[in-house]
Design a protein around this ligand. Structure first.
Ligand code: CMP
Length: 140
């Protein structure tokens, strides 16, 4: 299996409830390594650009409002098969469908306030990592 990097975001519903450490523990205990991390407040323009792929969706406006409603923690996670591995530990987008032990089952509030984001492919991961981090910010 390949060593990959993926972009993770701990979202405003989770930072508001002080869950960064608990979510990081789930990631680290599952074998992922946090090789970069920044807590930031996204601007509306940044959130719109980051989620551009969803701009035609009915929930786009609400999603952007939510993502700028509080701080987020952007991270680069590294490990074997990290993109799929991270998606597995996050659980299904809608916490009602998430498996026990996943981040979303444990912590997410609903399909929008679902505590975490993760890249869905090698190409998306590269694009999303470069949205938040330069090479020098990532220390493996
Ligand atoms: P994420 O994995 O970051 O990708 C897009 C986000 O849109 C998703 O997590 C949710 O926060 C949000 N989202 C997805 N589906 C819905 C929905 N049906 N209604 C509201 N928000 C949604």
């Amino acid at each position: 299996m390949a060593i990959e990097r993926t972009l993770s975001i701990i979202k405003p519903d989770a930072t508001e409830r002080n869950l960064t450490g608990k979510i990081n523990a789930l990631f680290e205990d599952s074998g992922l390594r946090i090789v970069a991390q920044r807590r930031i407040r996204l601007s509306r323009e940044q959130a719109e650009t980051f989620y551009e792929v969803h701009k035609e969706r009915s929930f786009f406006g609400e999603l952007v409002d939510y993502m700028i409603s509080g701080p987020v923690v952007a991270q680069v996670l590294e490990g074997e098969n990290a993109i799929a591995h991270h998606r597995e530990i996050m659980g299904a987008t809608n916490p009602a469908n998430a498996e026990p032990g996943t981040v979303r089952k444990e912590f997410a509030l609903n399909v929008q306030e679902n505590s975490v984001h993760g890249s869905d492919s090698v190409e998306t991961a590269a694009k999303e990592i470069s949205f938040f981090f330069s090479d020098a910010d990532i220390v493996g």
